[in-house]
Design a protein around this ligand. Structure first.
Ligand SMILES: Cc1cc2nc3c(=O)[nH]c(=O)nc-3n(C[C@H](O)[C@H](O)[C@H](O)COP(=O)(O)O)c2cc1C
Length: 193
């Protein structure tokens, strides 16, 4: 690896920002680039080589978003239903290019705890997001709406032991939000020397 590899990856990591799909600009990402990002995801660390990450890719985000909104309607009683929430879910992907649902598919090695397979899948997601940043794409990892509800698991034909890790919206944006970290790193690290 060349001397500036650290500098390159450091820039990518620090420049990755959550960019909400509503501020994306509607431009489309070539499917080939999405495939390249999924190839990066596939190189996440994985205890026991269970490779638990699974992805469902929607090349047309509206298709997923309408299903998501309908899922909200079908699983909310009349008193709790809010048309604004429905519309928000239905329109969330209108300016995104692709939606990717990230799932942890539990392996069959009992010695590997579920949290490790969730951690591996989260690493796979981060690989994908960093690759997206390197390609100047906008990305958002969301778990709102029905994403973590049993109805979403049923929609995706998941088993009880599998987990939806979130929905990734990818696209392009004309602006980049500023990054914020409120807790100083010194308070998160305990150096023992
Ligand atoms: C597992 C996970 C789930 C998230 N779900 C949501 C969400 O539902 N809604 C949201 O606005 N942001 C969500 N985020 C994004 C965070 O809000 C975002 O990472 C945080 O504000 C820090 O900003 P940054 O990603 O630009 O550093 C999620 C992030 C992670 C890791």
């Amino acid at each position: 690896m060349s001397d500036n590899t650290f500098s390159t990856i450091s820039t990518i990591i620090k420049n990755r920002r959550t960019i909400k799909p509503f501020i994306m600009n509607g431009s489309k990402i070539p499917d080939e680039q999405i495939t390249e990002l999924l190839e990066l995801a596939d190189w996440a660390p994985t205890h026991g080589l269970t490779e638990p990450w699974r992805f469902t890719v929607y090349a047309n985000p509206s298709q997923f978003c309408h299903a998501h909104a309908e899922m909200y309607k079908a699983n909310t009683d009349d008193d709790g239903f809010a048309q604004g929430v429905y519309d928000n879910l239905a329109q969330q992907g209108d300016k995104a290019s692709h939606v990717i649902i990230a799932v942890m598919q539990r392996g069959n090695l009992p010695k590997i705890p579920a949290f490790e397979e969730m951690a591996a899948t989260a690493c796979a997601v981060q690989n994908l997001l960093l690759g997206a940043t390197a390609l100047n794409l906008a990305s958002y990892w969301g778990t709102g709406g029905m994403i973590l509800k049993p109805a979403m698991k049923a929609f995706l034909n998941l088993r009880d032991e599998d987990e939806v890790m979130g929905v990734l919206y990818l696209g392009y944006a004309d602006e980049q939000p500023k990054g914020i970290r409120g807790v100083p790193l010194e308070l998160k690290v305990n150096w023992i020397k």
